[in-house]
Design a protein around this ligand. Structure first.
Ligand code: TYM
Length: 371
């Protein structure tokens, strides 16, 4: 029986990240490798410290190159199929930190073509509306405009297409079928699409006419694309991109599902007003007991509680305070209502600031676009 599925277009079941490491052939993020990062960054970002980013490919190689003076660039992206939710921000937050710490250039890909091909209900106009809104979220994260370029697949196709063709010539239908599970009935655009997601993983090498290492922060659902890139890039004379993988911020329904825009009531969008956040969080599943009395007596279970996971992944960056939240849940001291109210306050504080930066971003979108 398949317990869980992770592909770029579907995440189902409770993901066992240890098993996924084996299935995908990833390396675990070990204390040794984190020490190597710390050598350059002084502190470790809480997303690394807490192993929200839990796995990698060739990060050790990338750091060894950096040590030798061979600087890397960053690459990540978004498929604009709807509004941005707070789960999407997780890879971007680490990317921004890496940009600052390693003074790295970033290519941020907007796969408007992908979403048109994979979501029948979307028109080209609609994906571009979402893309613009999503770009505001990306910019609000605070990326350095002098070091960040947003690639919009459809608008920037003349840059991408010659390179995508080179990838395509090395890629058979049987490989994409095996990696992504396509069927005879899949449209031909879907079959070709991964070639376009590959290109930014070596675009800096193309433009600079010399090999430049690349690091891709992402959540683990996107890894299959880059298994293909890592296979093809050396055949084109480029380095394999290094990757660092994050876990999924769960849905408000429970930790067995990832936060997904397709279920708006169980996810927090970056544009949600405070009342909506309150409503969604108050309705969230928790690791609490059936009655307050039982909870006081036996305590709750943070390990199965999305509310706790939101603190862990995002809203309590102080390890000591996080421990206190965990302990006072387990001991029955804090009840779920109280814990939820605290979280609502934290989310709304974050969103107020994010929404302010989003509005400011409207004035500087142009600075991030490719000329
Ligand atoms: P997309 O738009 O599905 O997701 C954008 C980024 O968010 C991650 N993600 C999550 N992270 C934590 N918790 C969640 N619940 C969650 N849901 C999604 C995704 O892994 C991704 O990193 N095809 C891509 C766009 C893309 C891309 C890339 C992503 C193009 N090039 C390079 C990463 C790296 C997509 O549709 O992502």
């Amino acid at each position: 029986m398949v317990e869980f599925i992770v592909t770029p277009w579907e995440v189902k079941g409770k993901v066992d990240y240890k098993k996924l490491i084996e299935q995908f052939g990833l390396k675990e993020l070990t204390p040794e490798i984190l020490e190597k990062i710390k050598k350059y960054t002084k502190q470790l970002h809480f997303l690394l410290r807490r192993r929200i980013f839990f796995a990698h490919r060739d990060l050790d190689w990338l750091l060894a190159e950096f040590e030798k003076g061979n600087k890397f660039y960053l690459y990540t992206g978004r498929g604009p199929s709807g509004k941005t939710h707070i789960g999407h921000l997780i890879p971007w937050i680490l990317t921004k930190w890496l940009q600052d710490k390693f003074d790295a250039k970033l290519y941020f890909q907007m796969t408007n073509d992908e979403k048109f091909l994979f979501k029948r209900e979307l028109t080209l106009e609609k994906v571009d509306e979402f893309m613009y809104e999503n770009m505001l979220d990306v910019i609000a994260i605070g990326f350095n405009p002098r070091k960040t370029k947003i690639i919009r697949d459809i608008q920037d196709i003349s840059l991408l297409y010659p390179e995508a063709l080179k990838v395509a010539r090395h890629l058979t239908f049987s490989t994409v079928k095996a990696v992504f599970g396509f069927k005879e009935s899949s449209n031909v655009g879907q079959i070709f699409f991964t070639c376009l997601q590959s290109v930014p993983a070596f675009i800096e090498s193309v433009l600079r006419k010399r090999n430049v290492p690349c690091l891709i922060p992402l959540a683990v659902d996107q890894d299959p694309h880059f298994r293909i890139t890592r296979d093809v890039a050396p055949k084109l004379g480029y380095y394999k991109p290094a990757i660092v993988h994050s876990k999924f911020l769960p849905s408000l329904k429970g930790i067995g599902e990832k936060m997904s825009s397709s279920e708006p009531e169980t996810c927090v969008f970056t544009t949600d007003p405070p009342e909506q956040v309150e409503k969604k969080i108050m309705n969230a599943f928790t690791g609490g007991r059936d009655t307050a009395q039982e909870q006081r007596k036996y305590g709750g279970n943070p390990q199965i509680c999305p509310v706790y996971y939101y603190y862990l992944f995002f809203f309590e960056q102080d390890d000591k305070k996080l421990k206190e939240i965990e302990e006072s849940c387990k001991s029955g001291k804090t009840l779920c209502g109280e814990c939820k109210r605290m979280l609502i306050e934290k989310i709304n504080k974050f969103l107020k600031e994010h929404q302010r930066k989003r509005e400011k971003a409207r004035r500087i979108v142009n600075k991030f676009l490719l000329k």
